[in-house]
Design a protein. Structure first.
Ligand SMILES: [Zn+2]
Length: 241
């Protein structure tokens, strides 16, 4: 007679295979084990590193003084496989992929000297996902930046800020196609500090899916500065120069 947990485990595996048929979402090879959505090969080799020299910014990025580092894992490939993956997280409900990429990003952060110093410093740190407007979050069902932050958290142990700490107070238009100037003015005042106490005196690691011109991050950092954090930096899955 089979024990109950074996029967349950078989049922779970069957259900999982139905949802995730064990095919890598990037290369389509049937080599993915368990709940992984990307195969180990793609995680290591399919995308270009955005910060190959592991310095405190990706090449060409000039940060405002309020941010101490900007780290991105991969270089954005317009029209390519990475763009498709990131699109799937946002619009096709593949939230799990956001978590999985967040885990990978967390590991890369530990291997980047410009960031790992903060992780090893013992200072009080907090991951702050770039908030979505509540209406957009309702439509999408989740905030992809939160899922990425949860992945980073599971690897680094840094807690994720409660989504009540800072909010998106304006429903901003999508920024695709905007000039840098238009992006900055579109984002100015888009965020509202809700809980200063939760953020004060901590090192805040801002989390988003893609870093493009930095307009969104800079607007959020400007807002968070009012809570007097110990310092701030930004980490993303991709950098789109
Ligand atoms: Zn693959």
């Amino acid at each position: 007679m089979r024990v109950l947990h074996e029967i349950v485990s078989e049922a779970v595996t069957g259900f999982r295979n139905l949802l995730f048929p064990g095919v890598c979402l990037s290369c389509g090879q049937p080599s993915v084990e368990g709940l992984e959505l990307l195969c180990p090969f793609c995680k290591e080799n399919s995308f270009d590193e955005a910060n190959p020299f592991r310095t405190n910014t990706c090449p060409g990025v000039i940060l405002p003084a309020i941010l101490e580092y900007q780290f991105a894992m991969w270089r954005y490939d317009k029209g390519g496989s990475l763009q498709r993956l990131l699109h799937n997280i946002k619009y096709n409900g593949l939230g799990r992929l956001g978590f999985e990429l967040g885990c990978l990003l967390g590991e890369r952060l530990r291997n980047c000297p410009a960031v790992s110093g903060y992780l090893n410093s013992g200072m009080s740190m907090l991951l702050v996902p770039v908030p979505l407007h509540p209406r957009r979050k309702r439509m999408r069902g989740f905030n992809q930046a939160e899922l990425i932050a949860m992945g980073i958290s599971s690897v680094t142990g840094i807690p994720v800020a409660d989504d009540t700490a800072v909010s998106r107070s304006r429903y901003t238009r999508t920024q695709t196609g905007f000039s840098l100037l238009a992006r900055n003015s579109n984002m100015a005042g888009a965020f509202q500090l809700e809980d200063e106490q939760a953020l004060a005196g901590k090192h805040l690691m801002l989390v988003d899916d893609v870093f493009t011109t930095g307009a969104t991050t800079y607007a959020l950092a400007t807002c968070l500065r009012e809570a007097a954090p110990e310092g701030m930096g930004v980490v993303t899955i991709a950098y789109a120069p």
